[in-house]
Design a protein around this ligand. Sequence first.
Ligand SMILES: [Zn+2]
Length: 244
Amino acid sequence: MQDSKFISRRNFVRVSGAAAIGASFIKFGDDLLLVREASAEQASKPKTPVEALKKLMEGNRRFVDSLKKSPRRTVEVRKEVAQEQTPFAAILACADSRVAPEIIFDQGIGDLFVVRVAGNVVNPSNYGVLGSLEFGVLALGASVIMVLGHSRCGAVAGAIEGVQKGTEFPGSINNIVNTIGPAVEAVKDEPGDLLDNSIVSNVKLGVDKLKGSVPVLADKVREGKVKIVGANYDLFTGEVKIVT
Ligand SMILES: [Zn+2]
């Protein structure tokens, strides 16, 4: 009850409006006790994978156009989501310091379930990535998973060097680079910029791995409960484009 809020009678009109979006009240003397305040934004939480993707892309448009709302970052929302999180989307993004999903999609606390690893790789031997995304879907109810690559990705550039020159990288960096290798191989003879093509190829490879992942994600996709998409973020323009 520590998040509850007293509403006086003179504010009843506003309260009635809130009731329409799902808050409930207990009469308390002359006041009404707002048991659970549901913000308009929470009430508009996407109900389908298509709506979830639309909400993400609308947020990115605000970011690109410098119209960002920086929603749901208030003390009230912080306390609200401390009780329970219900992110509408899961994002697998690169660890790159310039690709922060909550910022580039203009979302708030508790909206996105974010997994970040250099090169946004889905490596079957790295259970942390796959297990986290499965948890985001099964336990938290995210209805869209986005694999998000980005321009000038250093991990993909390293993978190109590995494929073209056989360069070995120290420690576990080499495992990441080797995971991206097949994505580079798939497009190395295609026209255009090899880095740009490999970045998109790596995103598509990741999406394919997730869509085929049994027993959790493949079933959810087949049932239409979850949509898995791949996208590419432009560091200069701030724009996210769906690539698969
Ligand atoms: Zn990167």
